[in-house]
Design a protein around this ligand. Sequence first.
Ligand code: ZN
Length: 66
Amino acid sequence: MDGTRVSDYPETIIYVDGPGVSCMGEAMDHPKVYYAVPEEGYVKCNYCDIKFMRKKEDDDGNRSNS
Ligand SMILES: [Zn+2]
């Protein structure tokens, strides 16, 4: 299926566990910028189109150790 898809490059999604994130690009190729990550959905960097999403904090890693 090699049609004419314009946006064919894979999108980069970075998962964060806080309400804010800073981005300098995958290769640090743009100035450092800060974004507020919404709890639902994502924020996309205006420079490098990386998407930042919240980690899902369901009771997934809730293992009691002893
Ligand atoms: Zn960026």
